[in-house]
Write a protein that binds this ligand. Structure first.
Ligand SMILES: CC(C)(COP(=O)(O)OP(=O)(O)OC[C@H]1O[C@@H](n2cnc3c(N)ncnc32)[C@H](O)[C@@H]1OP(=O)(O)O)[C@@H](O)C(=O)NCCC(=O)NCCS
Length: 380
């Protein structure tokens, strides 16, 4: 078995693998998938495992931007991990994931994330539970109670507005010092913005993407950088309450809309978990932002059999950090442990679950510096 980049001639075989893994795909979904995937093949973002000329497994590295404490960095989002049924349970998926991790690092990404259908395979190669997509179920009537204040001009968006949406996201996630949310690249945005069944509205400092789902509404994203725009976009969704009974919305765990609701008692939230892996310790530490008031000097050893690992002195001050290789000993973390720390999982959680061990003198400083409540609005 050898691992190679996929080319356009393999796409039918990949579709066959996907059908055997996730079920049948309708003809128009297959066409959309081809259109989205084709341009990425030359970028080395789709790997296949071959048994001679037969495709036995495949995985895709999607190109995302991810914000950590409000600072954007490139991220490899892993999707479409599929092993053909007759080849499963023999370590092929793990071999493929190791190659995917190396490829993500070669492409220059310091972090990678994925939504797992099952955890063991990803944990085994250093991914760890980091955050979730939080889907809250609200009554449309409660949203109708949100009155727009001020004059916010909303316009319908379409293909060609990708660059503007991305620039809005930079403002929104930067000012909220958000951790975890992602943006698609401009090409993908422009494909999405052509979906005729999505309702797409843009303001100067925010946007909404929502659609019908059965007799209810599904809000994919409402992002806003000002109170006026936040109200205007949610009021837009609430205006459907004469027809829609419920709205399922992807929100941040402390999304401001939840503080605009007149009634809030028992809440139904479904969390779809995602995992994170740090691919390059020094670059990941430098690309993340931290609370301006946090100051941390710590020596960490990351045990990473795939990427090599090592010992680094972390110096975090004034909202930024560096990691310099050193020959000392400090606190020890597995690749999983460091990835979870990076995502803001409390140090005590990491200690009790065995993801961090040894020297505890840096625990408090590390926890304060990396503190985060990571989430995503988008599923991939
Ligand atoms: C999930 C999948 C990619 C695993 O590939 P594989 O080649 O069988 O995996 P490996 O043999 O390398 O096994 C790796 C680990 O995953 C575990 N694993 C494999 N299949 C599993 C399953 N269906 N459920 C739970 N765990 C599973 C193995 O037990 C092993 O764990 P261990 O090391 O603790 O024993 C493959 O079963 C598949 O294609 N499934 C259908 C599509 C899918 O779910 N893809 C994942 C999308 S996120």
């Amino acid at each position: 078995m050898d691992i190679r980049d996929l080319t356009s001639e393999h796409l039918d075989d990949v579709l066959d693998l996907r059908r055997r893994s996730f079920g049948p795909l309708a003809a128009d979904s297959r066409e959309k998938w081809r259109k989205a995937v084709l341009p990425t093949l030359a970028e080395g973002r789709y790997l296949g495992v071959f048994d001679g000329s037969r495709l036995a497994a495949a995985a895709r590295l999607r190109q995302f931007t991810q914000w950590w404490h409000g600072r954007p960095q490139p991220m490899s989002g892993i999707a479409g991990v599929t092993v053909s049924p007759e080849d499963r349970g023999r370590g092929l998926g793990t071999r493929l994931m190791r190659a995917v991790i190396e490829r993500g690092a070669e492409l220059g990404d310091a972090v990678s994330a994925l939504y797992p259908a099952t955890t063991a395979i990803y944990r085994g190669v250093g991914y760890e539970h980091a955050g979730a997509q939080h889907n809250v179920r609200l009554s449309a009537e409660v949203l109708r109670g949100i009155r727009p204040s001020g004059q916010v001009k909303l316009r319908r968006m379409g293909p060609g507005d990708g660059a503007e949406v991305i620039s809005v996201l930079h403002r929104v996630h930067g000012s909220a010092r958000a951790s975890g949310p992602i943006s698609w690249d401009e090409r993908t945005w422009n494909l999405w913005l052509g979906e005729e069944d999505d309702f797409l509205y843009l303001a100067d400092d925010g946007y909404a993407v929502y659609r019908w789902k059965g007799g209810d509404l599904e809000v994919e994203t409402i992002a806003a950088a000002s109170p006026e725009t936040l109200r205007a976009l949610w009021a837009l969704v609430g205006s459907a309450s004469s027809v829609a009974r419920e709205v399922v919305a992807a929100v941040a765990p402390d999304d401001p809309v939840l503080w605009l609701l007149r009634e809030r008692t028992k809440e139904q939230v479904t969390q779809v978990r995602w995992m994170l892996r740090v691919l390059d310790v020094a670059a990941a530490v430098e690309r993340r932002a931290y609370p301006v008031s946090a100051a941390c000097e710590a020596v960490v050893t990351v045990d990473d059999p795939i990427r090599g690992g090592g010992t680094w002195r972390l110096e975090i001050a004034g909202g930024s950090g560096t990691a310099t290789p050193v020959q000392e000993s400090g606190v020890t973390l597995s690749a999983n442990g460091f990835s979870a720390l990076y995502a803001g999982i409390p140090v005590q959680t990491l200690r009790l679950s065995g993801l961090i061990s040894g020297d505890d003198r840096y625990d408090q400083a590390l926890e304060t510096a990396f503190a985060a409540r990571p989430y995503m609005l988008d599923y991939f």
